[in-house]
Design a protein. Structure first.
Length: 890
C-alpha cells in the first residue's frame, strides 16, 4: 500500500479533527442517537443491544427513530439539491468565464489577452450535430488571469478544499484587484460566488478548487487536444507521493477527474467504466502520469467521449470562432500555394537576369572598396598628425618645466648668498666698532698716564678686566658662528631632501598623468571600435530591412497587377450573367440620360468631377470654345472620341462596362492595400516583441553573471600599496580592477576585512593597520603585532583568518583558501564556512574573549579558564598543539 501524499494526509488529518470535534456533544440524547444509528455514520452500534421495555425507554426510542428519519430525509434532500446544483453548473461557469474575459480585456494594461476572439456575455449553448476536430491552428495558451488564479490557489492553500472566504482572498490577490469589495466588480463577485455554490459540498461547506479550475480550463483551452486537456486535469489533481519522484493521482480522485466535462448523470455513467478499468489496471494507491498516458493511448473511446462532452460544453461563439479559424486556415493555404507558384515563375526570370546584376554589384563593390581604403588612409594620416601635435605639446611643457626649475634654483642661490653676506657684514661692523672703542680708550688712557700717574695701576686693572670680557664675548661669538654653520648645513640637507621629494612627487604625478592619458586613450579607442561595430551592424541591418521592404513592395505590385487582371476577367464573366447584364444596362442608362449642359457646367467648375483613375473611358471638356466647349468621352487606349451630344445606347453600353470594371478593380486594390498594411503592422509587432525578449534575456543573463562574480571574487587590501585589489578564489588570481561585467554592483562584492588588515612597508616589514580607526579612539590605528583575540591563518600565520575548513577545523586566510581550494576540489567537495575578522569569543562560555587556540580540538578557541577546565580531563590532557592568541612581544 502506497504512502499518502502530504496534501492528502494533511486533508485527512483536518477531516479527522473536525469529526472528532463534531463527535463531542453535551446532549446525552444525541450521544444515544449516535450509538444507535450506525447507518448514519454517527457511531457504532454496541454489541449487547436489547430492545427497550420500559415506557420511558420506548418514548426515547421513538424520539430517536423520529430524529433519525428526519435527519435521513434532510440529508437526502441536501444531496439531491447539491446534485442538481452541481449538474447545472455549466451556465454559471460560462457566464463567469465570459465576464472575466471581457473584464480582463477592458483592464488590458497589466494582462495580455489570449489570441482567441473574446466571447460574448451569453451563457447559452446548443449541442451541435457532430463535434469538430479541435486544436488545428489556434493557440492553446491559457488566459493570464486564469493562470494567475490557479497559481495563487496552489501557493496559498496546502489542501484543495477551500471556503468561500479563502476563495475570495486568493482571487483578489491573484488579480491584484479587490473583486469582492469594489463596487465596480460587484457583478464579478456575484458570478464567483455562484460558481462556488455550484461546486460546494454541503457536509463541509467547502469546495475543491481543483474541480473549479478544471471546469474553467475546459472553456479556456477550448482549442487544445483531448490528450492535452486530460493531461492538464491530471496535473491539477496530481501530487508527489512520499518516496516517489513522479506525479501521481490518488485512485479515489480519478472519477472526479474524468467527469469534469459532464453535465448530467448520463454523461457520468459513460465514464464510470473507464474509471473502474483504470483503477483496476494500476496497482497501489496512486496512478502515475506514465500509466495514465498509456491508458489514454490504449482507449481511444475515452478520448472520443471527452471530446464530445467538451464540445457540448462550449458556447456558440466559441464554435463559430473555431469554424472561422478553419476557413481562414484553408484560405491561407490557398494563398500560400498561389504565392509559391508565382515565386517559382519569378525565380526562373531571376535566373535569366542574374549575371548582369552580378557584374553591376561587382562594380559597386570595387567602388566601395576604393572609398574604404581612401577613408582608412585618411584616418591614419589624421591620427599621425594628432599624435605629432600631442608630442610637440608634451615637449613644450617639459621645456617650460626645466626653465622654471632653473629660475627657482638661481633665486634660491641668490637668497642664500644675500643671507650669508648680511651675517658677514654684521661681523665686520661689530669688529670695527670694537677697534674704534679700544682706540678711543687708548687715547684716554694715554692722556690719563701723562696727567694722572696715580691712577695708572687702577686703569691697568680695568683694562685687563675689559680684555677678559672681550675675550669671553669673542669666544661666544665663535661658538655662535659654529652653531650657525651647523644649522646652515642642516638646512641645506633639508632643502636637498625636499627637492628630491618634490622631484619624486612630480615624477609620480607625471606617471599617473601618463597612465591616465593611456587609459583614456584605450577607452576612447575601445569606445570607437564598439561604435564602429555597432554602426556596421546597424547599416547591415538597415540594408537587410530595406531589401526586405523592396522585395515586399515588388511582390505587392505584382499582386496588384495580377488582381487587376483577374478582377477584369471576373467582371467580364459576370457581365454574361443576368445580374451583370442588369447592372450594365442600369449604368448605360444613367450615362445616356446625363444632361450634356449639366456635365459641361460641372466640368467647368471642377475638371476632375467625373474623373475615374485607371478607366479606359475618361470624361473631358474641349480645350477651345470657352463656355461653348462640349464634353466628350475619350478612350485612352484607342483615342476614340465620343461627344456627349452624339452618344448612342451602344456606346453607353461599352462605357458602362469599363466603368463597372474599374470600380471593381479599385475596390480590390483598396482591399489588397489594407491587407499589405496589416501584414506590415504584424511584422513590425513581431520584430518589436523579439527585440524586447532579447533585451530581457540579456538583462537576466547580466544579473546571473554578476551574482556568480560576487560569489567568486573577494575585495581585499594590497599589503604593499594599500589600495584595493580583487582576488578570484577559484583561480587564485589578483587584479587591480573589478571585473568589467560587475558594473554598478561593485560595492556588493564581499570584503575580506573591515577592521584590521596586514600591510608591508618599503623594506618588506609587516605591520597591521586598522581600517575603521577614527579620531579620538583609544585603540591604536597601527601595530607591529596582530591585535589580541584575533585569529591568524594557520598556514601563513600572517593574514587574518576568514575561512574555516569543516573537516579539519583549520582557519585560513582568503589567499591560502584560494590556493588550497583547487587541490581540495580535485579530491572532492571541500566543506568550509566564512569567518569575520573580529575578536573571537570562547566556544564554551560564549561571553569571554578567546585566549587559546587548540589544533587538536579541530581549531576550537577558548578562554584561559575554560581551556584549563577542559584539558584537565584525561581525554584531552594529551593535546599539545595549542597556541596563545596574545601576539605582544615577549
Amino acid at each position: 500500500m502506497g504512502t499518502l501524499p502530504p496534501r492528502t494526509s494533511a486533508r485527512l488529518g483536518a477531516d479527522a479533527d473536525t469529526e472528532a470535534l463534531r463527535g463531542t456533544s453535551r446532549s446525552p440524547r444525541l450521544d444515544k442517537l449516535k450509538q444507535r444509528s450506525p447507518s448514519l455514520g454517527l457511531g457504532a452500534q454496541p454489541r449487547s443491544w436489547e430492545p427497550p421495555t420500559r415506557r420511558k425507554d420506548l418514548r426515547e426510542h421513538a424520539l430517536v427513530r423520529t430524529c433519525e428519519t428526519a435527519l435521513l430525509a434532510a440529508r437526502n434532500q441536501q444531496a439531491q439539491q447539491r446534485s442538481g446544483q452541481y449538474h447545472a453548473r455549466w451556465p454559471q461557469l460560462r457566464d463567469l468565464y465570459a465576464f472575466m474575459f471581457e473584464a480582463m480585456a477592458t483592464i488590458g494594461s497589466r494582462w495580455t489577452l489570449s489570441p482567441m476572439s473574446p466571447p460574448r456575455m451569453s451563457a447559452a449553448s446548443t449541442p451541435p450535430r457532430s463535434p469538430a476536430a479541435l486544436g488545428l491552428r489556434a493557440s492553446t495558451a491559457p488566459a493570464l488571469w486564469l493562470r494567475d488564479v490557479a497559481w495563487e490557489f496552489r501557493r496559498a492553500f496546502p489542501v484543495s478544499d477551500v471556503t468561500l472566504a479563502q476563495l475570495e482572498i486568493a482571487v483578489s490577490k491573484a488579480l491584484h484587484v479587490d473583486v469582492f469589495a469594489a463596487p465596480a466588480f460587484a457583478a464579478a463577485a456575484a458570478r464567483w460566488r455562484a460558481a462556488f455554490l455550484a461546486f460546494q459540498r454541503p457536509e463541509t461547506l467547502k469546495t475543491d478548487y481543483r474541480e473549479l479550475l478544471c471546469a474553467l480550463t475546459v472553456l479556456d483551452r477550448s482549442r487544445a487536444g483531448e490528450r492535452t486537456l486530460l493531461g492538464l486535469w491530471f496535473e491539477e489533481f496530481a501530487t508527489v507521493p512520499l518516496g516517489a519522484k513522479v506525479l501521481a493521482t490518488a485512485k479515489p480522485e480519478l472519477r472526479r477527474l474524468l467527469v469534469t466535462a459532464c453535465e448530467g448523470v448520463a454523461d457520468e455513467k459513460l465514464l464510470e467504466p473507464f474509471a473502474a478499468d483504470l483503477v483496476g489496471a494500476c496497482s497501489g494507491a496512486y496512478v502515475s502520469e506514465r500509466a495514465f498516458a498509456a491508458y489514454l493511448d490504449s482507449t481511444p473511446e475515452l478520448l472520443e467521449i471527452v471530446k464530445a462532452q467538451r464540445w457540448r460544453r462550449l458556447t456558440d461563439d466559441m464554435r463559430l470562432a473555431f469554424y472561422r479559424d478553419l476557413f481562414t486556415q484553408a484560405n491561407a493555404q490557398f494563398q500560400d500555394e498561389r504565392l509559391r507558384v508565382r515565386l517559382e515563375a519569378a525565380l526562373r526570370l531571376w535566373r535569366s537576369r542574374e549575371p548582369r546584376r552580378r557584374i553591376a554589384r561587382w562594380k559597386l563593390f570595387v567602388a566601395d572598396r576604393r572609398l574604404v581604403r581612401r577613408g582608412d588612409a585618411r584616418f591614419c594620416a589624421v591620427g599621425a598628425r594628432k599624435a605629432v601635435a600631442a608630442l610637440r605639446r608634451q615637449r613644450r611643457r617639459r621645456q617650460e618645466m626645466r626653465t622654471l626649475v632653473g629660475v627657482a634654483h638661481s633665486q634660491r642661490c641668490r637668497s642664500l648668498a644675500l643671507w650669508a653676506f648680511q651675517g658677514w657684514k654684521l661681523f665686520v661692523l661689530s669688529t670695527r666698532l670694537i677697534h674704534a672703542s679700544a682706540w678711543r680708550r687708548g687715547l684716554e688712557h694715554h692722556k690719563a698716564v701723562w696727567t694722572r700717574k696715580t691712577w695708572r695701576a687702577l686703569v691697568k686693572f680695568f683694562l685687563v678686566a675689559d680684555a677678559e670680557v672681550r675675550e669671553r664675548a669673542l669666544h661666544r661669538d665663535v661658538a655662535e658662528q659654529a652653531r650657525m654653520r651647523s644649522e646652515l648645513a642642516l638646512l641645506a640637507a633639508e632643502d636637498a631632501a625636499s627637492r628630491a621629494t618634490e622631484l619624486k612627487a612630480r615624477e609620480l604625478l607625471e606617471r599617473e598623468r601618463q597612465r591616465a592619458f593611456q587609459d583614456a586613450t584605450n577607452r576612447v579607442h575601445a569606445r570607437r571600435k564598439l561604435q564602429q561595430q555597432e554602426d556596421t551592424r546597424t547599416r547591415s541591418k538597415q540594408a537587410r530591412e530595406a531589401q526586405v521592404r523592396a522585395e515586399m513592395d515588388a511582390t505587392w505590385q505584382r499582386l496588384a497587377a495580377s488582381v487587376r487582371v483577374e478582377v477584369r476577367q471576373a467582371a467580364l464573366a459576370w457581365f454574361a450573367t443576368p445580374g451583370g447584364a442588369k447592372a450594365v444596362a442600369a449604368e448605360a442608362t444613367r450615362i445616356f440620360e446625363q444632361d450634356p449642359s449639366a456635365v459641361q457646367r460641372a466640368l467647368l467648375q471642377n475638371p476632375q468631377a467625373f474623373a475615374l483613375p485607371g478607366c479606359r473611358w475618361q470624361l473631358q471638356l474641349e480645350d477651345y470654345g470657352g463656355r461653348f466647349a462640349k464634353p466628350f468621352y475619350l478612350n485612352t487606349e484607342t483615342f476614340e472620341k465620343l461627344v456627349c451630344d452624339e452618344l448612342v445606347l451602344e456606346n453607353c453600353d461599352a462605357i458602362a462596362r469599363e466603368v463597372l470594371v474599374q470600380r471593381r478593380i479599385d475596390a480590390a486594390t483598396a482591399e489588397l492595400a489594407r491587407k499589405a498594411t496589416a501584414l506590415a503592422r504584424a511584422r513590425l509587432e513581431h520584430d518589436a516583441a523579439r527585440r524586447i525578449q532579447a533585451l530581457f534575456r540579456c538583462r537576466h543573463a547580466l544579473l546571473v553573471a554578476r551574482s556568480l562574480v560576487r560569489a567568486v571574487f573577494v575585495k581585499r587590501v594590497d599589503p604593499s600599496s594599500g589600495g584595493p585589489v580583487y582576488l578570484n578564489t577559484r583561480r587564485g588570481e589578483t587584479r587591480r580592477r573589478p571585473p568589467r561585467i560587475i558594473g554598478s554592483d561593485e560595492p556588493l562584492i564581499p570584503v575580506e576585512s573591515v577592521s584590521w588588515v596586514r600591510r608591508c612597508d618599503e623594506l618588506g616589514t609587516t605591520y597591521y593597520a586598522r581600517l575603521d580607526a577614527r579620531e579620538g579612539d583609544t585603540e591604536p590605528a597601527l601595530a607591529w603585532r596582530p591585535p589580541s583575540h584575533y585569529l591568524l591563518c594557520t598556514s601563513c600565520t600572517l593574514d587574518f583568518a576568514t575561512r574555516r575548513w569543516s573537516d579539519s577545523g583549520a582557519r585560513v586566510c582568503v589567499g591560502c583558501f584560494a590556493s588550497e581550494l583547487k587541490q581540495r576540489k580535485r579530491e572532492g567537495d571541500a566543506g568550509w564556512s566564512k569567518l569575520p575578522v573580529q575578536p573571537a569569543n570562547c566556544v564554551v562560555c560564549r561571553h569571554a574573549l578567546a585566549d587559546r587556540l587548540c589544533h587538536d580540538c579541530r581549531g576550537d578557541v577558548t578562554c584561559e579558564r575554560c581551556f584549563r577546565s577542559l584539558h584537565a580531563t584525561s581525554k584531552l590532557s594529551n593535546h599539545s598543539r595549542h597556541e596563545r592568541l596574545h601576539y605582544e612581544a615577549a
